[in-house]
Design a protein around this ligand. Structure first.
Ligand SMILES: Nc1nc2c(ncn2[C@@H]2O[C@H](COP(=O)(O)OP(=O)(O)OP(=O)(O)O)[C@@H](O)[C@H]2O)c(=O)[nH]1
Ligand SMILES: [Mg+2]
Length: 189
């Protein structure tokens, strides 16, 4: 099963983004995560795939959980919060760590600047973000788990990266169910 890890430091909104994506819900209540795994059937380019979304731990005290979640990840949504310079620095460290550990050149990744609704409190400037993302050719998107802004789009972006960089991996996860629109009136005789 293809494992998509949602990674980033504590409190940046990994669980909120995941829950907004899966259930279209949001809560202000903060409950630090150890690890949550969800099965999800996704549609990409007209085909259905079964993947696992892993909501990883961000808090330092749970770093052993985080490390084992990340080690088994195939693709990564790496988050920071646009109103936290510290989370931006930690995101950069995390990206390097994932690259080093994997020893594999083409790991599907998307960088996500969450909490876009808190633009007034922005601590990380767009120019700096774009320069960094461009230098590694990693797509970048700003989201708000609170308002729902760009949440679906962020997941579509990582599916596109998986398709582009690891198409064979995606093939193995093809859903057993028939693809939408397949003609039901065909009979093989
Ligand atoms: N304003 C705003 N608050 C958000 C957003 N996303 C998450 N939050 C809030 O930020 C806090 C932390 O959110 P979580 O989703 O639990 O963060 P996390 O990254 O999963 O945290 P850990 O599991 O500890 O690593 C909660 O109080 C959320 O309500 C957002 O887009 N905008
Ligand atoms: Mg969490």
């Amino acid at each position: 099963m293809l494992r998509l890890c949602v990674a980033g430091s504590g409190g940046v909104g990994k669980s909120s983004l995941t829950i907004r994506y899966l259930r279209d819900e949001f809560t202000e209540y903060y409950d630090p995560t150890l690890e949550e795994t969800y099965q999800k059937e996704i549609e990409y380019a007209g085909r259905l795939y079964d993947i696992e979304i892993v909501d990883t731990a961000g808090q330092e005290e749970f770093s052993s959980f985080r490390d084992s979640s990340l080690a088994t990840g195939d693709a990564f949504l790496i988050l920071f919060a646009i109103n936290s310079q510290a989370s931006w620095l930690e995101m950069k460290e995390l990206r390097s760590k994932i690259i080093e550990d994997k020893e594999q050149p083409s790991i599907p990744m998307v960088i996500v600047g969450n909490k876009r609704d808190l633009e007034d409190e922005r601590e990380v400037e767009s120019d700096e973000i774009l320069e960094y993302c461009n230098s590694f050719s990693i797509p970048y998107i700003e989201t708000s788990a609170k308002t729902g802004l760009n949440v679906q789009e962020a997941f579509q972006l990582i599916y596109g990266q998986i398709h582009r960089l690891q198409a064979h991996m995606l093939e193995r996860t093809l859903s057993k169910k028939p693809t939408k629109g397949r003609r039901k009136d065909c009979k093989i005789v």
